[in-house]
Design a protein around this ligand. Sequence first.
Ligand code: NAI
Ligand code: OAA
Length: 336
Amino acid sequence: MFAPSMIQRRAFSASARQLSKVAVLGAAGGIGQPLSLLLKLNPRVSELALYDIRGAPGVAADVSHVNTKSTVKGYEPTPTGLAEALKGAKVVLIPAGVPRKPGMTRDDLFNTNASIVRDLAKACAESCPDANILIISNPVNSTVPICAEVFKNKGVYNPRRLFGVTTLDVVRASRFVSEIKGTDPADEKITVVGGHSGVTIVPLFSQSRHPELSSNAELVKRVQFGGDEVVKAKDGAGSATLSMAMAGARMADSILRAAEGEKGVIEPTFVDSPLYKDQGIDFFSSNVELGPNGVEKVLPVGPVDAIEEKLLEACFVDLKKNIEKGKAFVAQNPGN
Ligand SMILES: NC(=O)C1=CN([C@@H]2O[C@H](COP(=O)(O)OP(=O)(O)OC[C@H]3O[C@@H](n4cnc5c(N)ncnc54)[C@H](O)[C@@H]3O)[C@@H](O)[C@H]2O)C=CC1
Ligand SMILES: O=C([O-])CC(=O)C(=O)O
C-alpha cells in the first residue's frame, strides 16, 4: 500500500512529465547527428525519430546506445518511413538540405532547399499537423514562409506552431560580447531581431548591459555575418553544425518545457508575427513567450537607438523580398 502523500507525488510527476516524441528530418547530416545526440540526452524526450534520405538507421543505431531512457528509431527514406517517423511527434526539427560553400549567400541555397522543405512540410501537414515545426534549413527567411503556405494549402496552418530557428544568432551575440568584455556569456543576454541572414539579423545592444556596443560596427557585423566565419573556416566542407546543434537542442528544450506548463519560457524565433505586418512583413524574429500551445505571445521589439533604427530599415528591405520569394515559390510550385 502507498501512503496518500506518495500517491499524490507519483500522480504529480506523471502529469508534469509528458511523453514527447521528437522527430529530426535530415538526421544524418552535419547538424542532424549532433542534434540527435543532444536530444537523446534530454530527459523530456521519450521517443526520438530520425529520418534522412540516407543513413538515418545507422545514426539511430549509434545514438540508441546512449544510456538514457528514450527510445530511438531510424526510418527508411520512403513515404511510409517518413509518415511513421512523424506520426505522434510533438516537435519536428528540420535541418534537411544543403549548406553553404564559401562565396555563397543563404539565398543561393533557395533553389535546392525550397523544394526539400516544401515536401517535408507537406509530410508534416499530413502526418502531424499539430506538431511544433522547427525549421533550421536555410534560407530560414524563405523556408518558414514556404512551410506556412504548405500548411495553409492543406487547411491545417496554426501560426503558433511554426518556428524558424534563429537561436544561433543570440548564442553568437552573447559569446562575442563576452569575449570583448571578459564576462560569462550566460550573463550577456543580447536581443537579436529580424531574420536569419546578413543584414536581416539585427542585434539590439542598446537593450543590453553594454548599450555603447551598438556603435561597435565591427561587432554588429560579426553577429550579422557570424555564419560566414564558419563557412570560410570550413573551406567548402559546410557551415555551422555543432554550434547549430546546440542552438537547435536549446530551442527544442524550450518548446518542451513550455509544453509541460513551465511559465516564462522566452526564446527568440522567426514566427508569423504581428509586429510589422502593417509594413507587409508577415514573419519576423523577436523574443517570443512560449506556452503549451506554442507561441503564447510575440514580445515587442522594445526601444532601439538611432543606429539600430537604421539597421532595422535595411533589414525590412531584404526580409520582405525573402518572405515574398518563399510564398511565390509555393504558389508557382505547389508540388504533388
Ligand atoms: N538556422 C540556422 O541557424 C542554421 C541553418 N543551417 C542550415 O541547415 C541545413 C543543413 O545543414 P548541414 O546539416 O550542415 O547540412 P548537411 O549536408 O551536412 O546535412 C543535410 C542532411 O539533409 C539530408 N537531406 C537532404 N534532403 C533531404 C530530404 N528531402 N529529406 C530528409 N533529409 C534530407 C541530407 O541527406 C543530409 O544528411 C542547411 O540548409 C544549412 O544552411 C546551418 C546552420 C545554422
Ligand atoms: O551561415 C550559414 O550558412 C549557416 C547559418 O545559417 C549560420 O551559421 O548561421
